[in-house]
Structure formats: structure tokens, C-alpha cells
Design a protein around this ligand. Structure first.
Ligand code: CA
Length: 657
């Protein structure tokens, strides 16, 4: 039996033995000659005349030896400085990755990758398919090709010291470079921002993994050749005027600074710095806000401008930037202080996300040291150190964003209004809108943006003018034609008057008066010959009911705990109070219903103006007993009589004050 068994096993084995050997020999041969060609290509791209590369040059006739020498050189090289400091690897053990990083890294070992972060990790195949798109949203595949999970793998490697992360990273890197040549078939991997993002982040990964025994000459050759392709590509693309241009430049700069051995490295560095110096003047308004007017991109731009500056500085080249470069960055850093909400969350104008309370503390701490700013330190430490910002009201007059707050406490009352120019694709036609926060609650948040790609219907919904706290004509979207008329912050009364030529024949003038640093009177004028339904819209926070009182034209939120908001418009003939559809999104792909309503007046022929005078009052306990008994608001002058808890009071403002 035994003999027969062996015979039976041997026969088929012998039949396939030779072809299998030949097949593997062929694979080995092609693999080998491929890697020789790759090494030759790389050697040709490097400046071997540099004395540091003497040994590589000497062995350049033998690519295998040259690659080994090159690897030895890079493992020993110390003169290039990078924000990821290799010498910290040892001290990083046990304190470098958090649970999220470890999970993302461990999933990535099994090829479960995160593309766009709002979606769960997805298996992309034993042999990774880098074009995987498990959801209709293109962001998923674009972001897959940014490989954020490699950053987690690098952190997990330093944290645990486990070589499996380095080994797998090297394999995935080689796989990506082989699978994704830059051609029409692989466009999903080669948008210019992904190329820029990789150009930067791959230099981080290089720093994290270079000291691993699994960082082989094959990994090195694949990495450097691909970075060369990245840099050459980034030299040909330059999207001026948007955050894209900065990511493109950053990738180029990081490749050029981290690998000065490339013949073209200096050219890349110079071009990247030229673009950043140019873009900081093009993209940043004199008031400090980046021109796209969405806070997340603004913060990103601070990072992109800053990182290349710091890299240049640590490599002794900060003189490539004029002094004004840093002054502008400092001005940019003031923006989240000036227009952020009291708990540190963002107002969601345009494609912006509220984020979490206190989210900017680390930034403010870093900036407080960099620019020696006590107000930044105050925000970084919840007021324990430093000094409060010098005002409770700030205007960014070119960007058209204005903030008024009662004080610098977390529970302060704060209104942030926008009436600015068109910021492009990340901006929404929302001029006149505002967010209102009081008593630790965002009582009237902006709806946000919900999604970027793959769901055009819902993306469009969140971009409508009429879902913002502003005025519309017949529910249509407004134009961007802003003008600042008056900005007069004062102890008792902050005054802001803005105009927007929202429609061809209709101008919206909004006057906001912050009374006693406690409540707001909002006066809306619709001026011009247009006819139709003129609405002012309001939206409340999700999670609570809204109580409508149609007799007195008021609405208030009904949170059982904490602060609420009361809104009441002055009575006038024909005024209608109507509910609207309300939604809000604080996280990508997630949305929830919320109360929304409008006050509507019909504007007729020969009627040159419609005016709404509205009280917007945050309160802590009882619903306020307050109404407007008389109002005269004209040409910037205001006299409003209110009946407040049974007492008559006149609030006055004159234009020439
Ligand atoms: Ca919005």
C-alpha cells in the first residue's frame, strides 16, 4: 500500500515539476531583470557626482551592489533633517500610537483599509486592488490612494517595535508602485492632490521605516523611483488659488528636501517655495482668512504653509521665505480665535465641520509659542494661563465674517455672521446667515454640508440659500454681492449692518444689534423692485422640539435642560409663520432632522421695501416676555421700543454715532 501510494503521488508531481520550475525561474528572471532596470533608472535620476554617493557611483556598473550601497548610505545618512525624527524611535516605544492607530494598522495588515473615514474599513483583496470602491462615493477610492493607514502602521511600528508593520508596509508600497503607473487607466490614484499628499506623507513613512531590516534595497528603489515620478508630475500641475495648489507644492517640497540626492531636487524645492510664496498672497485675504471661506480648509492651509517653512528652516533654508510669510500665517492663526464658537467648535459655513469642543487647544498652544501670543495661550489652557483676546467682537471685513460674543467664557452668548464673496466650490450661497451659541449649546447651527461626492441630490440640498438663516426671494439661491455697511462694536450695543445684492432686483440689508451682550435684534430689509415671496428663514438645534405660537409670531426651542432660543418677529399685515424642512449634518454622511421655519411676506408691484424686525433671544429658564411695540429702522438709524417684562425700553442707534 505504501509503495503504491508513493507511486500514485509521484506520477502527477513529476509531470508538472519541470513546467513549475521553469515558471518560477521565469518569474525570478523577470523579477530580477525588472529590479535591475528599476535600479538603473534610479541611478540615472540621482546626482552620483556628490561625494557622499561615491560608493554608489563606484558600483554603478553592478546595479545589485549599487542598490545595496545606496541602501547603506540612506540608513546612515544624518544630514537631512525631517519633522519625523528617526532618533526618537526608541523612546516612542509604548507611547506613540493610540488605540485607533493600532486598530487601523492591524486592519491594514489584513488589507482591510479605510478610504474615506466616514465609512468602515473594507477588504481590498489578498492582492490589493487599489481601485476598490465599495461605496458610490469617489472620495473613498481617492482617499484610499492617500494611504492614511500607512501613517497608523508607522506609528504602530514605533509603538510596538513589531517588524510585521515594516514588512507589510514595504510589500504594500511595492505593490502600489507596480499597480499604479500614471496613465489614463489609473486616474483614481493620480489626482494632483493625492500626488501632493503622498509626496509629503511618504517622506514620513520613509523616516519611520528606514531603520527596519525589512526596509530593503527593493523597497528603497521602488520608493525613490515613485517619488521621482511624483515630483516630475507635480512640476506639471499647479492649481493656483485653492488648497489644491498648496498640497501640490507641499509634496514637491518634501520630496525635494528629503531627497536632495536627486539631480532635480533643487529645482523642485525652488518651485515649491516659489508657489507657496505666491499663493500666500493670492489666497489669504488681508483679514487672515483663506479665500475659500471654509474653516477646515483654512486650518489645512495654515498647516500646508507652515510645514514647508519649518522643513526649510530645519535644513537651514528659512531665508527662502520673506518675513511677511510668517506674519500672514500668524494672522491666519487668529481666525479660529476670532470666529470660533465659545466651546471651540467651528461654525459650519460652507464645507465645514463643527468638530469637537476644545479641538483647537493643541494648535493654539503651538501657535502661542511660535508667535509669543498670550491670547492663543489663553485659548489653549481654558483661560488658566495667558490673557483673554483683546475684544469680544471681531470683523473679517474682506471675508465677510463677523463675531459678537458676551465674553470669553465657554458659556458665552455668541453670534457669528457671514456675508462674503464667492469662495468657490467649498462655499455656499448663504450670505446673511449666522450661527448662534449660548449657555454651552449651539442653538442655531449651520446645516453643514453632509457629503461631497456620490449623492448629488443631498449635496445640493445642503447648499441651498433657503436652508440658511437668511432672506430669500421665491426660495431661490442668492448671489454673492456683499457689502459691509456698518461695524460698531460697543460695550452696551454691538452694531453690524451688511448688505447683499442677493437677486437682480432685490437687495438684502441685514442689521444686527447685540443688546446688553444678552440678545439680538435682527432687522431685515428687502429693497428693490422684485416681487414675490420674501422669506426670512431660521433653523434650530436638533434633538429638541420647537413650540410655535402663531398668534404672537414666535417660536422657541424646548430643551428640558440647559439653554433655549426664542424668536419673535414684529407683527405686520400679511406676515405668515410657516414650518420648513430642517436638517443638520455634523459628520460626513450623517444627518438628522431639526426644527426650521420661515416668516413670509408677499412683496407686490410698486412696493419698494419689505422689513422684518425680529428678536432672537437665548435664555436659560423662563421663556422671555418681550415684544417689539414700535420700530423705526431707516438709513442705518434705529429706534426700537420693546416691552420687556412689563417695562418699556427704547433701544437707540444713530448712523453718525
Ligand atoms: Ca451652510
Amino acid at each position: 500500500m505504501k509503495t503504491n501510494f508513493n507511486k500514485r503521488k509521484q506520477t502527477p508531481t513529476r509531470k508538472i515539476f519541470l513546467p513549475v520550475i521553469l515558471f518560477f525561474f521565469f518569474l525570478f528572471e523577470t523579477g530580477f531583470s525588472q529590479s535591475i532596470n528599476e535600479t538603473k533608472k534610479l541611478l540615472d535620476r540621482l546626482d552620483l557626482s556628490k561625494s557622499r554617493l561615491e560608493k554608489v557611483k563606484q558600483s554603478s556598473g553592478n546595479p545589485k551592489t549599487a542598490a545595496a550601497e545606496l541602501l547603506k548610505y540612506y540608513k546612515q545618512r544624518e544630514f537631512v533633517k525631517h519633522p519625523v525624527d528617526r532618533s526618537l524611535k526608541k523612546s516612542a516605544a509604548g507611547n506613540f500610537a493610540d488605540d485607533d492607530d493600532l486598530k487601523i494598522a492591524n486592519d491594514a495588515l489584513k488589507h482591510y483599509f479605510i478610504g474615506q473615514r466616514a465609512y468602515p474599513p473594507y477588504f481590498c483583496g489578498e492582492d490589493i486592488d487599489w481601485s476598490t470602491k465599495p461605496v458610490p462615493d469617489n472620495e473613498w477610492v481617492w482617499q484610499l490612494n492617500r494611504m492614511y493607514f500607512w501613517d497608523s502602521m508607522g506609528k504602530a511600528y514605533w509603538h510596538t517595535g513589531d517588524e510585521k508593520y515594516a514588512e507589510e508596509w514595504g510589500k504594500q508600497l511595492i505593490d502600489w508602485t507596480r499597480d499604479n503607473p500614471r496613465d489614463d487607466e489609473h486616474k483614481y490614484a493620480w489626482r494632483s492632490i493625492e500626488a501632493g499628499i503622498r509626496g509629503h506623507s511618504w517622506t514620513n513613512h520613509y523616516q519611520r521605516f528606514i531603520d527596519s531590516p525589512f526596509f530593503t534595497d527593493e523597497v528603497l528603489v521602488a520608493l525613490l523611483n515613485s517619488l521621482y515620478d511624483h515630483a516630475e508630475y507635480l512640476m506639471t500641475v499647479y492649481r493656483s488659488g485653492s488648497n489644491w495648489g498648496l498640497m501640490e507644492a507641499e509634496g514637491l517640497a518634501f520630496i525635494g528636501f528629503t531627497f536632495p540626492e536627486f539631480k532635480d531636487a533643487e529645482k523642485w524645492r525652488e518651485e515649491a517655495i516659489r508657489r507657496l510664496n505666491r499663493e500666500i498672497n493670492i489666497q489669504i485675504y488681508p483679514d487672515g482668512h483663506q479665500r475659500e471661506l471654509a474653516i477646515g480648509y483654512h486650518l489645512g492651509c495654515i498647516r500646508w504653509f507652515m510645514r514647508t517653512y519649518e522643513l526649510a528652516k530645519m535644513n537651514g533654508q528659512e531665508n527662502a521665505f520673506p518675513e511677511s510669510y510668517l506674519e500672514t500665517i500668524e494672522k491666519m492663526c487668529e481666525v479660529p480665535m476670532k470666529i470660533g464658537l465659545p466651546d471651540g467648535t467651528n461654525v459650519q459655513f460652507g464645507d465645514a465641520w463643527a468638530g469637537t469642543p476644545g479641538q483647537h487647544k493643541n494648535r493654539f498652544l503651538e501657535w502661542s509659542e511660535m508667535f509669543n501670543r498670550k491670547d492663543f495661550l489663553y485659548l489653549a489652557t481654558d483661560g488658566k494661563k495667558g490673557t483673554p483676546p483683546d475684544s469680544t467682537a471681531y470683523a473679517l471685513p474682506v471675508s465677510g465674517i463677523y463675531s459678537m460674543r458676551s465674553n470669553w467664557d465657554k458659556n458665552a452668548t455668541c453670534l457669528v455672521l457671514k456675508c462674503g464673496p464667492d469662495g468657490g466650490g467649498h462655499c455656499q450661497p448663504d450670505n446673511g446667515t449666522f450661527a448662534l451659541y449660548a449657555g454651552g449649546r449651539n442653538l442655531m447651527p449651520d446645516a453643514g454640508s453632509y457629503i461631497y461626492s456620490g449623492d448629488p441630490e443631498n449635496r445640493a440640498w445642503f447648499r441651498q440659500t433657503k436652508i440658511h438663516q437668511t432672506l430669500t426671494l421665491n426660495g431661490e439661491n442668492s448671489a454673492y454681492k456683499p457689502k459691509l455697511v456698518r461695524w460698531k462694536p460697543n460695550d452696551e450695543l454691538d452694531v453690524l449692518v451688511v448688505e447683499n445684492k442677493s437677486y437682480e432686483n432685490l437687495m438684502h440689508r441685514r442689521s444686527v444689534f447685540f443688546v446688553d451682550k444678552k440678545y439680538f435684534i435682527v432687522v431685515d430689509d428687502a429693497i428693490g423692485s422684485a416681487t414675490g415671496n420674501v422669506d426670512i428663514h431660521f433653523q434650530l438645534a436638533p434633538g429638541g422640539d420647537a413650540i410655535f405660537n402663531r398668534i404672537e409670531n414666535s417660536v422657541h426651542s424646548d430643551f428640558k435642560k440647559g439653554w433655549n432660543i426664542f424668536i419673535r418677529s414684529n407683527p405686520q399685515e400679511g406676515l405668515k409663520l410657516e414650518e420648513e424642512e430642517g436638517q443638520v449634518s455634523f459628520e460626513y454622511t450623517k444627518k438628522q432632522p431639526r426644527p426650521a421655519f420661515r416668516y413670509r411676506m408677499k412683496k407686490r408691484k410698486n412696493q419698494d421695501k419689505i422689513q422684518f424686525v425680529t428678536l432672537v433671544i437665548p435664555y436659560e429658564s423662563e421663556v422671555p416676555e418681550i415684544k417689539i411695540t414700535r420700530s423705526l429702522v431707516k438709513s442705518g438709524n434705529m429706534e426700537i421700543e420693546v416691552l420687556e417684562n412689563g417695562k418699556t425700553r427704547i433701544i437707540n442707534y444713530k448712523m453718525n454715532n
